[in-house]
Design a protein around this ligand. Structure first.
Ligand SMILES: C[S@@+](CC[C@H](N)C(=O)[O-])C[C@H]1O[C@@H](n2cnc3c(N)ncnc32)[C@H](O)[C@@H]1O
Length: 174
């Protein structure tokens, strides 16, 4: 009986992991050495909101909340274990401006976003769910994409690529 339960549990977790991979990307964290650059490129103003779609272990959220204590920093993570880990971590990091949710980050409301950060794959970044997110972003908001680029962006694009570093693309919504 117990072995059947374990098999069912492993299958469930396996399917869930495959789903997150197909939906956005597997868990592959942003390099710690790039967190400051993400903070620089975000250029948040007091009261603005930053969202990490697929927030993983929360490293981007925590770095941004420290850098911008007067802004609100949101994370949506689909993997329950990563959500749990980052939520527990948030209890030990003294910040009042972070919110982490166990949700599909591609179906949320970003109408108040100033910056949306995403580390997806080239394929999912350019697939319909992400296109819908971009379509509904407010004018003037920015999408920061780590390593991968959005194809056929209609508007201003900045590619930040210091020597030896991972590119970060900054797209401004018209
Ligand atoms: C490449 S990792 C990036 C993690 C984090 N943003 C960082 O930069 O360190 C992608 C994350 O997205 C999560 N994910 C995949 N599909 C998702 C979805 N539809 N909604 C929310 N999170 C998702 C994965 O579980 C994984 O943690």
């Amino acid at each position: 009986m117990i072995s059947i339960l374990i098999v069912v549990l492993c299958l469930g977790v396996g399917l869930w992991v495959i789903y997150t991979i197909l939906s956005l990307a597997p868990w592959f964290p942003t390099r710690t050495s790039d967190l400051e650059r993400i903070g620089d490129l975000s250029r948040l103003q007091t009261g603005e909101s930053f969202y990490d779609i697929g927030s993983g272990d929360g490293r981007v959220i925590f770095a941004l909340s420290k850098r911008y204590p007067k802004c609100h920093i949101y994370g949506y993570e689909m993997s329950f274990l990563l959500y749990l880990y980052s939520s527990l971590k948030s209890k030990f990091i003294p910040s009042t401006n972070t919110s982490i949710y166990w949700r599909n980050g591609l179906t949320q409301d970003f109408s108040k976003a100033a910056v949306v950060y995403v580390f997806a794959t080239q394929k999912t970044l350019n697939a319909k769910p992400m296109k819908n997110v971009i379509r509904d972003l407010p004018a003037g908001s920015r999408v920061l994409s780590y390593n991968f680029h959005i194809e056929n962006w209609d508007g201003e694009v900045l590619k930040d690529k210091p020597v030896g570093k991972t590119p970060i693309y900054v797209y401004t919504k018209k």
